[in-house]
Design a protein around this ligand. Structure first.
Ligand code: 5GP
Length: 212
């Protein structure tokens, strides 16, 4: 038997994965994203929005806060991968930030609404399609969604009603997503989402042998 001249090491490289999280307002998606961001092994894409900053929100970190004129200048310049009107304000994902990270092999996390997820899913770009892993967080019941939304206390009564109506519609879209997590406790949601991330990172089709 021939002795091996040198140890052979198998090394892979892969393109980044575009993780998209959507859920009706109040489900706990923001908390999930905050928890995921505590041990980040991805880039979180900071969206642009025309809504007013909430107390404690930092421009450029939570969102890039723009007025409508600034927002639509970016629309016209093709700077958004997707954009949508949500609860009366505009929100958009910056194309450059997301695509640059993906091509460098870095995973990207987007916290966007159901329309935004659909817009991304419907894009023709085959690399984007291959990168996309969209996850819907389903409230355990409609009553629980209402309880969670009221508990966070950030919206007035008419806004709560508006979000619940919209939430009921959004819940119908769950089948369009590759994965659905039935929301439980904060820890359970985090564990389930991390499990999806882990499995997606091992998909053979994402890997390319790195030649020495
Ligand atoms: P909030 O104003 O409560 O932070 O977010 C309201 C909703 O807008 C959430 O469902 C959030 O996921 C969604 N959202 C945030 N950024 C974007 C974005 O860039 N695009 C879309 N389509 N939705 C977004």
């Amino acid at each position: 038997m021939q002795p091996m001249k040198r140890e052979e090491v198998t090394a892979f490289r892969r393109e980044g994965i575009l993780f998209v999280i959507s859920a009706p307002s109040g489900t706990g998606k923001s908390t999930l994203c905050e928890n995921l961001r505590r041990t980040p092994d991805f880039v979180f894409s900071t969206s642009c929005t025309t809504r007013q900053p909430r107390p404690g929100e930092v421009d450029g970190e939570d969102y890039v806060f723009l007025d409508e004129q600034q927002f639509f200048a970016k629309v016209a310049a093709g700077e958004f991968l997707e954009y949508a009107k949500v609860h009366g304000c505009w929100y958009g994902t910056l194309r450059h930030t997301a695509l640059e990270a993906l091509s460098e092999g870095t995973d990207v996390l987007l916290d966007i609404d159901v329309q935004g997820a659909k817009n991304i899913r419907n894009q023709e770009d085959s690399r984007l399609k291959a990168a996309l892993v969209d996850v819907f967080i389903m409230p355990p019941t409609f009553g629980e969604l209402e309880r969670r939304l009221r508990k966070r206390g950030t919206e007035n009564e008419s806004e709560i009603k508006r979000r619940l109506e919209r939430g009921r519609e959004e819940m119908k879209a769950w089948k369009e997503f590759k994965y659905t997590i039935l929301s439980g406790s904060v820890e359970e949601d985090l564990t389930k989402f991390r499990a999806i991330m882990r499995a997606e990172r091992y998909l053979s089709r994402r890997l390319t042998l790195r030649e020495e």
